[in-house]
Design a protein. Sequence first.
Length: 483
Amino acid sequence: MKWLTILLLSIVTFAHAQNAPKPYGALPSKRQLAWHDIEIYGLIHFTPTTFENKEWGFGDADPKSFNPTDFNADQIIKAAKAGGLKGIILVAKHHDGFALWPTKTTAYNITKSNFRDGKGDLVKEIEQAVRKNGLSFGVYCSPWDRNNANYGTDKYLAIYQTQLKELYSNYGSLFMSWHDGANGGDGYYGGAKEKRSIDNTTYYDWNNTWAITRKMQPMANIFSDIGLDIRWVGNEDGNAAETSWETFTPLPPEGKNVAVPGQANYPQSPMGVRNGKFWMPAECDVPLRKGWFYHPTEKPKTPEVLFELYLKSVGRGAGLDLGLAPDTRGQLHDDDVAVLKTFGNMVKHTFANNLAKAANITASNTRGNSYNPGKLLDGNRKSYWATKDNAHTASLEIDLKSVKTFDIISLQEYIPLGQRIEEYTIEVYRNNKWEKIYDGTSIGAKRLIKLETPVTSSKVKLNITKSPVCVTLSEFGIYKKTN
């Protein structure tokens, strides 16, 4: 009966090997996984501040100053789509307090402007253009209101929460509810023209305010310094740290007791926290121009600069949130349109052809046929290669079958099971020997490695050298940057 025992043992071992790996650490939610798929989106600033040629409105601009001569939501969204953006967040109300929809909460809104003869709803027009062009829609409603006479009193919170409820109710499913820590200072405040301060740890009652978001828009990712879903990267330069963990534990700054929007652990924000309490990837926000609002003396960033920002944001497991600023016509300037199109084509053409797609891959360890290394080249994020439970290191040898020249390497972990890999190296076969070209740490949702100079080789090796648990990897690619 010894043979039967061996057979049964083999069957059990095989079945065990075919089981999916156990999750590790904090895990992404369904809404966060959808956010990771978007990668690049835009943040539109367009209020009376645009017509004042300022960055921050004081709250005292005449509503009739908001009077675009040729507003065209479709032009803005088509330009964004050409740039590769897959989502748009509209600043429905900035700190100046001017609401771009016909709200019942304040008289300082679009119905008091000349836009559409006082019968317009700019939020609705943007939302409809976004959906018509196949993008996702989100909103930002500033908690600070420099126009509202009730700001700083106990009457304002209900006003702010009602504004959120209106935006959550009337503009379809949202992919993001964007929040910052704006919390008081000089303002018009109904004509008071004074400085008002609030306690930002309690005034906006974030726990109950965000409970409204969760109830009314369950698929909307909440963005702020402290999440709940997406964290601020800690700068407005558009880049995450080279080592970038998707997990985070919000902490108050030194000398403070509570972590809230506008008051969190910024030194750790670009890198994240290894084994943090929450899955909370970073958003890298950066304006296309110098400022968030349109200024006629500014020029947009070049496509090359945007591509570098893409590599240092999306290519480090984060999202790239690009500030778009319509001009006084209510359209994106021709310069912005041209830059977005060139940048979009650069990303599209660079990553259109995976030079490894026909390669043979061999792995030093494989969990079973359901997790074989061929899954790395199938273009499907939901399939992945995995090692056995006891294999925390492994090597992959990628035979390209012919000599290829490339300068970008792409890696993606299977993030539904957590961020696992902590260290790895990449080698290429040249001059009859293996030569190391890169030392890496984090991978996460996506890692794009831009080599200093193009490499020519027919073989590439990926060595996973440190992981607390068995390895999972969903995609591997090599590319040559094109303009």
